[in-house]
Design a protein around this ligand. Sequence first.
Ligand code: A3P
Length: 252
Amino acid sequence: GRQLQLREVGGILLQAATVDNWSEIQNFEAKPDDLLICTYPKSGTTWIQEIVDMIEQNGDVAKCQRAIIQHRHPFIEWARPPQPSARNAKDCMVSYYHFQRMNQVLPDPGTWEAYFETFISGKVGWGSWFDHVKGWWEIKDRYQVLFLFYEDMKRDPKCEIQKVVQFMGKSLDETVLDKIVQETSFEKMKENPMTNRSTVPKFILDQSISPFMRKGTVGDWKNHFTVTQNERFDEIYRQKMEGISINFCMEL
Ligand code: A3P
């Protein structure tokens, strides 16, 4: 396996390059009309980034082709840049596992059994899924936060995209909205070199191990979790999410 280690800042494990930029991240000041996307890894970050840019460009595909998504929506730790997007923990764990297999600048995830423990303990890059989701859920009503669920976006993309449009204070024609729904489908984004990470060199993302646009479904966890793992996970989830009235759809 890869001999790579994450580094810790304030109890959260991060990629070394992120830690190197830590003072810049801490000194980041948002402007009043900035839109920050605050996803836990593998919860549909790229998807919502593309949707937001499509809305900003009024559905103009050519304008959205001007650069790769990482440049149109820079990560706060990489450059300059709230809108949390949450995905159920089980599918998120599966997606993150495959991502760590192919991402050569993150630690090797080891076996699925080992990764299951790593994910539950929160000792993964950018911290614990539980802390992220709980944290945003608890403050969402006190700030201007639009909380979106990956599963809702899969079930009814038009309705969820419409929420984003409203949140951004815009209104779009029905035809533009329909176009955005089409252009941001998994199939389209998997083919699109500006969103599928195909321009990232193989020594960073090795898509022959697992494609960045992998499956894009709800319920893939059923192909990974054993019955025992599932029961154990549900119990841990109950403990960690106690008192939180959040409901995740686990299959469509
Ligand atoms: P899977 O690994 O389950 O396929 P992030 O962008 O936060 O890293 O999230 C990546 C996950 O979102 C991957 O999940 C990826 O396939 C999925 N995804 C990306 N674009 C999508 C889209 N347009 N529709 C549905 N899922 C999408």
